[in-house]
Design a protein around this ligand. Structure first.
Ligand SMILES: [Zn+2]
Length: 191
C-alpha cells in the first residue's frame, strides 16, 4: 500500500519515516469535573489523520493509531495493577462501515484488561462538531450502559473538546457503580 501522508510504498498506512516525523505524542492531562483525562496528542498535530475518520482509509488509520498508541499506553498502565481493569470505549456505533472508538480499545492485550465492546452507547446521535458548549449541554447524548456493574474502567474516546461527552459517559457509568479510573483520548482539541 502507499503511505497516506507521503504516498511512498509502505507496509502500513503510515510509513515509518512519516510516523517518526508526524506522530510524536504530546501527552497532556486535564481534569473535567472529577474525571481525569489523558490525551496522547494535540488535535492540531494529528488533525489530517483524524479527518480520515469517515473516509475509506479511516478504518486503517484508526486501527494504526489504536494499535500503536492507545493499546500500549493502556497495557503499560494496567501491567502495574493487580486487579482486573475493564476498557470501555465510548459509543462504539458503526459509522462509515466501522466503529472508530472500538478500534482504539481493540488491541489492548494485558492479561488483567477486559475489553468489552459496544456496552456504552449513545441514544442520541446528535453531531457535536463545531457546536458550542451550550448546544452540547442542551443536547445530551443519553448514554446507556449495559456492561458489568461495580467494576473499574478506563474510558476511551478519540477526541476531547469540551469534555461534556466524557463527563456524561462517566455519570452513566457511575449509575451502575462503575468507577472510571481515567479517560484516555487520542487527541485534545483544546487550543
Ligand atoms: Zn510516509
Amino acid at each position: 500500500m502507499r503511505c497516506l501522508s507521503c504516498h511512498k510504498l509502505s507496509f502500513s498506512i503510515i510509513c515509518q519515516s512519516c510516523d517518526k516525523r508526524l506522530l510524536v505524542p504530546t501527552v497532556t492531562k486535564r481534569k473535567v469535573g472529577t474525571l481525569e483525562v489523558v490525551s496522547l496528542f494535540k488535535y492540531k498535530n494529528i488533525e489530517t489523520f483524524l479527518l480520515t475518520k469517515h473516509t475509506p482509509v479511516g478504518f486503517r488509520i484508526y486501527k494504526y493509531l489504536g494499535k500503536k498508541f492507545v493499546a500500549p499506553f493502556v497495557d503499560n498502565f494496567i501491567q502495574n495493577i493487580e486487579e482486573e481493569i475493564s476498557v470501555v470505549a465510548i459509543d462504539e456505533k458503526v459509522n462509515s462501515g466501522y466503529s472508530h472508538t472500538a478500534l482504539l480499545s481493540h488491541f489492548v492485550t494485558d492479561n488483567n484488561a477486559l475489553v468489552s465492546h459496544a456496552k456504552l452507547l449513545a441514544k442520541n446521535s446528535v453531531n457535536y462538531a463545531g457546536k458550542s458548549l451550550s448546544f452540547r449541554l442542551e443536547n445530551p447524548r443519553n448514554f446507556s450502559y449495559t456492561g458489568k456493574p461495580n467494576i473499574q474502567v478506563i474510558l476511551i474516546d478519540d477526541i476531547i473538546t469540551t469534555g461534556v461527552t466524557l463527563q456524561e459517559a462517566q455519570m452513566e457509568l457511575m449509575r451502575h457503580g462503575v468507577e472510571v479510573i481515567f479517560a484516555l483520548t487520542l487527541a485534545d482539541a483544546r487550543e
